[in-house]
Design a protein around this ligand. Structure first.
Ligand SMILES: [Zn+2]
Length: 479
């Protein structure tokens, strides 16, 4: 079995092969931190997390970089409009820097709640201004840039393969050019590498450059930071489908023009989330962020599961009915694991290991088929249905149950729902035991290990609780 991924560049499902051994260099476009992320953004972040977990499950060693856009992202993709950071600053009467700091923290809190693994490196655009300037200098030297009144632009007409990712019809675009194009721009697809600050005023975020005071264009940060941390050619770059025609297209153009090498081997894109069949928008009142979901008594993992049980390349229609069903399923899964914890039988069922083997195989076939989670999850529910029947008939031993729990933990390493927490969940510990543990701790501190051992034995004999001293502190479980 090999992992297959759909590559937007070739429009084909391809067997995934990293550049070097089992190492994977992964770059995912991160948030623009001028407002809360909404549940549409979160779909992509959860999917990227699933991708990383599937790679790791396949024994790849992943280096994951996700940028934080804290400058340069304008309200329009045409290099016009306001900087989103300044929009946020105006809205909240704060500085752009305060806005960036606040929403970065909020974003991190949200992704933690959704059990999204932290990227290994999360570089901020404002911490990498020099790298972006250096990259623009290379492009200038190679003749790919021109300067107009509002900034330094990339000349897309010099590239033979501009727009290959989106399969853009560049001639068609010229004919239908939008009127809001910045004055002096030579081609509608040209884009800003560096924008000048207005002549008569200071921006909150601006820097000196060889071309004048200003700030970087949005696309250049992703090229500069991904290549800095992952190399000039790396394995996987992801984002939402809305990034294909402009942001990712321009990342490819400027990176490949600068290095003369292929920028990225696999481009993966997650489709949109819509709400009740419509585009999410504040004016329609169907605009939700994670807090709106948890305020309605759903857990973040219910939303996570709702995203997971979908094909990432299709639009996903969010409804509260759908979320209810995800909630029910997740709680059912937790009940299943809880039930397994309580099984006491000692007659092993030889069928169990064959069932586990079959399920493991089917699950892997699903996830390795371009992250086909609906398929993988269907095999999981087949397995659970059979296991539940055996449990109801008392045909499962404690040992069988433990192997199934182990399997569920393995599956959860991918799903990220948190079975592990449940398994380590503290059952009520009698107060007497707590007192004894305290007594034992003081004995240990005094070096009286004989007494400490006696107390440990007492706890085991009287309460059936095993305590262990580990490097992470004291652990306990029912024997
Ligand atoms: Zn990006």
């Amino acid at each position: 079995m090999a992992l297959k991924l759909f590559n937007t560049l070739t429009r084909k499902k391809e067997t995934f092969k990293p550049l070097k051994d089992r190492q994977v260099k992964l770059y995912t476009c991160g948030p623009t931190v001028y407002d809360y992320a909404h549940i549409g953004n979160m779909r992509a972040y959860v999917w990227e997390d699933l991708l990383r977990r599937v790679l790791e499950f396949n024994k790849f060693k992943v280096t994951h970089v996700m940028n934080i856009t804290d400058v340069g992202h304008l309200t329009s993709d045409q290099d016009t409009g306001e900087d989103k950071m300044e929009v946020g600053a105006k809205r909240e009467h704060k500085s752009a820097w305060e806005i960036a700091e606040f929403y970065t923290k909020e974003f991190i809190k949200d992704i933690e709640k959704l059990h999204i693994l932290k990227p290994h490196i999360a570089p901020k655009a404002t911490d990498h201004i020099q790298e972006q300037i250096e990259l623009i200098k290379i492009l200038e030297k190679k003749g790919h840039t021109y300067i107009i009144s509002d900034g330094v632009y990339f000349d897309t007409s010099k590239l033979k393969d501009y727009g290959k990712l989106a399969r853009l019809n560049v001639e068609g675009l010229k004919a239908g050019a939008r009127v809001e194009m910045a004055e002096g721009k030579r081609n509608p697809t040209d884009f800003a590498l560096w924008k000048f600050s207005p002549k008569d005023q200071h921006r909150q975020m601006e820097w000196g450059s060889p071309w004048g005071t200003g700030f970087p264009g949005w696309h250049i940060e992703c090229s500069a930071m991904s290549m800095k941390y992952l190399g000039t050619t790396f394995d996987i770059h992801t984002g939402g489908v809305d990034h294909i025609p402009v942001h990712h297209t321009n990342e490819i153009a400027q990176s490949e023009a600068a290095t003369g090498k292929k920028f990225v081997n696999y481009w993966l894109h997650c489709n949109h989330l819509i709400v009740d069949g419509e585009k999410m928008s504040k004016s329609l009142g169907n605009f939700y962020r994670l807090k709106d979901i948890t305020d309605r008594n759903y857990k973040p993992i219910h939303l996570r599961y709702f995203y997971t049980n979908s094909n990432y390349r299709s639009q996903l229609n969010f409804t509260f009915k759908g979320l209810d069903s995800a909630k029910k399923t997740v709680e059912g899964l937790f009940d299943f694991v809880r039930k397994l914890k309580d099984i006491q039988g000692n007659k092993d069922n030889p069928k169990v290991s064959a069932l586990i083997k079959k399920f493991r195989k089917q699950f892997l076939v699903g996830i390795d088929d371009d992250l086909n989670f609906p398929k993988a999850l269907a095999s999981m529910f087949d397995f659970i249905r059979t296991a539940n029947k055996l449990i109801a008939q008392n045909k499962i031993s404690r040992k069988n149950a433990e192997t199934i729990i182990k399997l569920m933990i393995e599956v959860d390493n991918i799903l990220g729902l948190g079975f592990i927490d449940l398994i380590e969940e503290k059952r009520e510990m009698p107060k007497e035991v707590l007192d004894l543990i305290r007594k034992r701790e003081s004995a240990r501190k005094l070096g009286d290990f004989a007494t400490a051992d006696d107390i440990r034995n007492e706890i085991r004999d009287r309460f059936n609780i095993v305590i262990e001293d580990t490097k992470d502190g004291l652990k306990w479980r029912f024997a």
